[in-house]
Write a protein of this length. Structure first.
Length: 673
């Protein structure tokens, strides 16, 4: 497609997805109670707010904690709500007009801190509040704005991004690597990326060190800028806060001068000291800006005692006329003199407040620009790259991690900010989640990474081929099924198992076996079901099996923090969370656990029906994510009769049988009994 078709096509898709997300959020909030939303991980109940001062940009910070009946704080339940998410705060009814929205600025085990643009209403400091995950419309607005800006790109760049011309590469030069432990494919990816005059791709299957490779590229670029004694601006971006924080942490460890724009997701000193919020705190201009804002808010309180120049008192008079009449001690149109003088005083205070806020903004912008200018690397989510803070910033090179989890318009926000870029990701795993079916059919779920790979092929791609996560038995099937047998395990992980980290435990053979498929065999005990009013699925029988396996591992000394339970279905996750309440043990959807890893992963596939329908389990990328999260032990639970209607699942079960990792559920129940 040409550039006009491209812009129109993606703008329409983004608008469709925006409307769908808003519709579904509002529909669910009306349909489900607050408690049900909390069970799904999309709300917090029984919260109480406390003012936490002012943040960057004059944001009003409020810290919320969950209170139990004894009025003491309790641990927050597992939730989808994280740093950067937009939330709605309400007393009971989320649809009241005065309910404010804010952005999660900080999250701990016991609290969340929300940043509000304006001073929130008084009720947010009471108890028994409800906080709901809400749709962040700003991200959609930034994508649409970026698509408009696509037209301004030089024709040469547009042609290469649209596939009308091939990207160019310089001659690959010899390089001394900072990380001496990079394997051959990682080194090749670094060199290829540095030689790219336009863009290149790093295909990183699970556990192959995509982020390690990205960090080496960034370190080389910083070195290049130093050698040429010029400011070489580098952007490191990703779609999620977690992925960005991972980059920040690694860059900080090797001594790169990195600034994190946005709020760090982990509250640890090594990240906080790199965040823009933290760095501005000691700057004189910022301290002065905060003082000016505090003064403005004090004046704002005083304004309440004067006449607001609303229409019933103003009666068509301009601000200038009101000021003149008050100065001359005159009246007009039947307005009492004391009303005119009161309105003038209100206007004078408003002008003073506007000047204070304006001066504070100028001081803060000056501070922020200086910090950004001095940084070697700026780290931010794609959405934040499109924010006002980075509006005028331009970069020489962008490194975009987890690029296959970004929609094309989202990645484009970072791409348009730079001259050259490298993207790292794995198109064999889950793409960005798109809720609008028409938008998905229109290819909004296809990442820019995948489209460029389809157009330009291996000319722009290097695949990382050594993984450092999975035991060989866990890695064998995905390596063969999804990566053409090219993925190999490093010697350090090939044979590792639970005995290595728990040598004193009384494990039996089945406990340490790295790969296990437990077949429920179509039994009535394991039939799937759909809750009334839900479109998701759950399986109570599988939930009980999961609970039994997890409890056995915990009793043998495996730490809760080393175990993850995942399922493709929201309702199954909610059901297991309800039955298995162990602090530190993570229970998430497959989609929500992408990019993560644990020593032990237990997967509940849920589907078990006579018609052998598996729904969105047919998307084999979801299977690939499911079976590549575990390091030392992977337990799969499912009905082979239902799952085997898809050939890939059939091959998975066959391999389990061939490798001695297949068990019928009766043996498991019997073993536990």
């Amino acid at each position: 497609m040409n550039e006009n078709e491209y812009i129109r096509h993606f703008t329409e898709l983004v608008e469709m997805e925006r409307e769908e997300q808003m519709r579904l959020h509002e529909e669910e909030m009306r349909r489900l109670s607050g408690r049900e939303r909390e069970e799904k991980g999309r709300a917090f109940m029984r919260m109480k707010g406390k003012s936490h001062g002012l943040g960057l940009g004059g944001k009003h910070l409020v810290r919320f904690r969950k209170q139990n009946k004894n009025r003491s704080s309790e641990t927050l339940p597992d939730s989808e709500i994280g740093v950067g998410d937009l939330v709605l705060v309400s007393k009971a009814n989320p649809w009241d007009e005065d309910n404010p929205t804010g952005t999660i600025a900080e999250k701990t085990s016991y609290s969340i801190t929300v940043a509000f643009d304006e001073a929130p209403p008084g009720f947010v400091f009471r108890k028994d509040l409800r906080i709901d995950l809400f749709v962040n419309d700003i991200t959609f607005q930034r994508m649409i704005e970026t698509l408009k800006n696509f037209k301004r790109l030089p024709k040469r760049r547009k042609d290469k991004l649209l596939g009308n011309a091939a990207p160019d590469f310089e001659e690959i030069r010899e390089t001394e690597f900072f990380n001496a432990e990079l394997n051959n494919s990682q080194q090749e990816a670094v060199l290829r990326s540095l030689a790219a005059r336009d863009f290149s791709l790093i295909h990183g299957p699970p556990g192959t060190g995509k982020t390690v490779t990205c960090v080496e590229i960034i370190a080389q670029l910083v070195k290049h800028g130093c050698e040429h004694e010029r400011s070489y601006k580098i952007l490191a971006a990703a779609d999620s806060n977690v992925a960005v924080d991972n980059l920040v942490e690694r860059l900080d460890k090797i001594g790169v001068n990195v600034v994190r724009i946005g709020h760090p997701a982990r509250v640890i000193p090594s990240l906080r000291k790199r965040s823009l919020d933290y760095l501005v705190q000691e700057e004189p201009e910022y301290i002065k800006a905060q003082e000016l804002r505090e003064k403005a808010y004090e004046i704002k309180e005083r304004m309440k005692s004067f006449i607001v120049p609303e229409m019933r008192w103003r009666r068509g008079l301009s601000d200038e006329t009101i000021t003149k009449l008050a100065r001359e001690d005159r009246t007009i149109r039947g307005i009492p003199k004391h009303k005119i003088k009161g309105m003038r005083k209100w206007l004078d205070l408003k002008h003073e407040i506007d000047k204070l806020f304006g001066d504070a903004r100028e001081l803060e912008e000056k501070t922020v620009k200086r910090i950004i200018h001095k940084a070697d690397v700026i780290c931010a989510t794609n959405s934040t790259v499109g924010s006002e803070i980075l509006k005028s910033a331009k970069f020489d090179f962008a490194v975009i991690d987890e690029a296959t989890q970004s929609t094309e318009p989202s990645s484009l926000i970072s791409v348009l900010k730079t001259k050259r870029f490298v993207m790292a990701g794995d198109h064999k795993q889950l793409p960005p989640t798109i809720l609008n079916k028409d938008a998905a059919r229109g290819k909004l779920s296809k990442s820019l990474f995948e489209r460029l790979l389809e157009i330009h092929g291996d000319r722009i791609r290097v695949m990382l081929d050594v993984q450092y996560r999975m035991n060989d038995a866990v890695a064998e099937f995905p390596g063969k099924e999804f990566y053409d047998g090219k993925l190999k395990a490093d010697e350090s992980v090939k044979k590792h198992n639970l005995m290595d980290i728990h040598p004193e435990s009384k494990f039996v053979n089945e406990d340490v076996k790295p790969f296990l498929f437990i077949d429920t065999g179509g039994s009535e005990t394991f039939k799937e079901r759909t809750r009334r009013g839900s479109t998701s699925k759950e399986n109570a029988g599988e939930a009980r099996l999961v609970e039994g396996i997890a409890e056995r591992l915990l009793s043998l000394g495996v730490k809760p923090e080393d175990i993850a339970i995942i399922s493709p279905y929201d309702d199954q996750v909610a059901l297991i969370r309800k039955e298995l309440r162990v602090e530190g043990l993570e229970i998430k959807t497959v989609d929500g656990f992408q990019g993560r890893e644990k020593e032990v992963v237990i997967v509940s596939f849920v589907r078990c029906n006579k018609s052998r329908e598996i729904g969105f389990l047919r998307d084999l990328r979801r299977l690939n994510v499911s079976i590549t999260r575990a390091k030392r032990k992977l337990v799969l639970i499912g009905d082979s009769r239902t799952l085997e209607c898809e050939g890939c699942y059939k091959r998975l079960v066959e391999q389990a049988k061939e490798r001695g990792g297949y068990k019928g559920y009766k043996r498991v129940v019997g073993d536990e009994g």
